[in-house]
Ligand binder design. Structure first.
Ligand SMILES: [Fe+2]
Ligand SMILES: [Fe+2]
Length: 303
């Protein structure tokens, strides 16, 4: 593939507009059209098999292979693909099912990218555990969707910090950049699916659904507290590599700065998509709230 073709594909994955003018209300038919077209029309057709794995300096290689994130990252992608596919099977609309299967294919591709990285750098891995998605397929999809909302938000910032500090060499940053953006599209899709689903369900179902959303968040917090306490990462489930990645980078990190970068990156990564698509807001809101109680380290040092 030529450089120009790759650059165009990258641009298309970051910029998209639904070609119908006017206001679009969440839950409207046009909103459904928009959300079910988003992933297919912003698809970046990179092939994991042709990715270049740069030869790393021994020090960089040791730093990367010792990051405690690879097992969880692979497991997370396997689970995500299985849960999304299981949910897709229970959905009646052909368009929504196709969009979900598209998302599941992208998760499978992430796993492929990671497997190739692991093989290229000889990263020792635990055997992959088989995974059976939960019986309540909607629950499974929502756990994956909200997990991605949390993890992508931190991944944006960690990735950018790793790039700025040279923790990741630039060639690896380039390889992973489309994956990070892809997760951004996923949470955009998920956020709009939640809004559409809520708006179109019968009124009597809404309280139950809101409870379910709260239960998913409760579950995610419980899982992440488990990981932070040092519970074995794989057993803790969905708490993604960003939690462990945060720990690995913690020494070099200023939490206030990290949040600022996460917020800036979130804005930048979402900026190219149709403004009528709702944005994921929970993490940015929580982060802005937490940020009010923090001061950057440098400021303290010079004070
Ligand atoms: Fe993924
Ligand atoms: Fe994803």
């Amino acid at each position: 593939m030529s450089e120009a073709v790759i650059a165009q594909a990258d641009f298309n994955s970051r910029h998209w507009r639904y070609p119908v003018a006017g206001r679009i209300r969440p839950g409207a038919d046009a909103h459904f059209e928009m959300l079910t077209r988003l992933l297919a029309e912003t698809y970046n057709p990179y092939k994991p098999a042709v990715l270049d794995w740069p030869k790393l300096e021994p020090e960089t290689l040791a730093r990367i292979t010792s990051l405690p994130i690879w097992d969880i990252a692979v497991q997370t992608e396997i689970k995500a693909a299985a849960r999304i596919r299981a949910f897709a099977r229970t959905v009646r609309s052909d368009k929504l099912r196709a969009a979900l299967n598209h998302m599941a294919d992208e998760e499978a591709r992430h796993r492929d990218v990671l497997s190739r990285l692991v093989a290229a750098y000889d990263i020792p891995m635990q055997p992959e555990a088989p995974y059976e998605p939960p019986r309540d397929t909607e629950w499974g999809f929502m756990v994956t969707g909200y997990s991605e909302c949390v993890d992508s938000f931190f991944a944006y910032g960690l990735f950018e910090m790793a790039r700025q500090s040279g923790f990741f060499p630039p060639e690896l940053v380039d390889t992973f950049e489309p994956v990070v953006q892809e997760e951004g599209r996923h949470i955009l899709f998920f956020t709009n699916w939640i809004a559409w689903h809520k708006a179109t369900m019968p009124l009597w179902r809404r309280p139950y659904f809101l409870l379910k959303v709260a239960a998913v968040w409760g579950f995610l917090i419980w899982e992440r507290i488990g990981i932070a306490r040092g519970v074995d990462g794989l057993e803790a489930g969905d708490a993604n590599f960003t939690v462990n990645g945060t720990k690995a980078l913690a020494d070099e990190m200023d939490p206030a700065k990290l949040i600022d970068i996460c917020l800036a990156e979130d804005k930048k990564r979402m900026a190219g998509y149709d403004e009528r698509l709702l944005r994921p807001t929970t993490m940015p809101r929580l982060a802005r709230l937490a940020r009010r109680f923090m001061r950057p380290k440098q400021v303290l040092k010079h004070a």
